[in-house]
Design a protein around this ligand. Sequence first.
Ligand SMILES: Nc1ncnc2c1ncn2[C@@H]1O[C@H](COP(=O)(O)OP(=O)(O)OP(=O)(O)O)[C@@H](O)[C@H]1O
Ligand SMILES: [Mg+2]
Length: 300
Amino acid sequence: MYSKNLLGRSLLEEAIVTENLSKMYGQIWAVKDLNLRVHAGELFGFLGPNGAGKTTTIRMLTTITKPTYGRAFVDGFNVQEKPEMVRKAIGVMQQHLSLDRDLTVRENMELRARIHHLSADERKKRVEELLDYVGLVEYADRTVDELSGGFQRRAMIACSLIHRPKILFLDEPTVGLDAHTRRRMWDLIRRLNADGVTIFLTTHYIEEAEALCQRVGIIHKGQLIAIGSPIELRGKIGLFTVVMVTEGGKFAYKYFHDRAEASKYVQKLSNSNSIKSVVIRDSNLEDVFIELTGGEVIGE
Ligand SMILES: Nc1ncnc2c1ncn2[C@@H]1O[C@H](COP(=O)(O)OP(=O)(O)OP(=O)(O)O)[C@@H](O)[C@H]1O
Ligand SMILES: [Mg+2]
């Protein structure tokens, strides 16, 4: 999976390591005892519902917020002891629009390049290169305000890449985008990853985590409740789900590791009066979440 690591780093190197990373706001643990490793070159997804602690985690990893306790290492640097080294290694696309709306895309990128002390020549070259990379050449001289949501996100990604970061944090990069635009954003994220950038992205879209990420961590009420590849996570509860609709219209689920076992169970149900309909399908990450949280759902 990591055979083409264009950055030439050790394949076993960890891009992100957290040790009991925790943050308390008032009486609430926004993140509690987070232990997690993201490998260099990985496309990692942090999946969880609203308020789960995704942004707080990103804010601690990107040196914006201090942990209450615990440690984090990004590109090998302790975020609290070497924040300037961490900031050199990372790019961040925040959850909310972080561009100047009245400036053009190119001006926003120029500004970002200056912040990172790129020379005039480098700036010019890098801006043009990135405009092309994210597909915004024709829109470079439009103000951010004039762009659609999808193009604004692309401009934000371009800005976050200006200093060639090794690790890119994307906080809900596709929220609010239509299905077509979301897929184009996925293509861009995949291309970045294929070009050697380690990606840590947050999402509350199950299908996004499943379609895009090599490994997924599920966060719920500040705690990591599961981590692994989508298939490993599905395997935790069982790869097959029997979905039952009761007479009262309620859904119930039962999980099986084996399709034959699931079929047997369905046959037994055929005599039941209380079940209106029943179907077997592949388990998904939503099932994993529901099962591990005792019945909650992730969706909006
Ligand atoms: N600056 C803050 N002050 C007080 N409480 C905060 C602050 N930031 C976050 N919280 C609280 O911490 C918890 C986690 O919030 P966080 O923004 O990290 O969640 P999230 O997973 O990013 O949610 P969303 O999907 O809505 O973006 C929530 O209960 C939130 O209200
Ligand atoms: Mg958030």
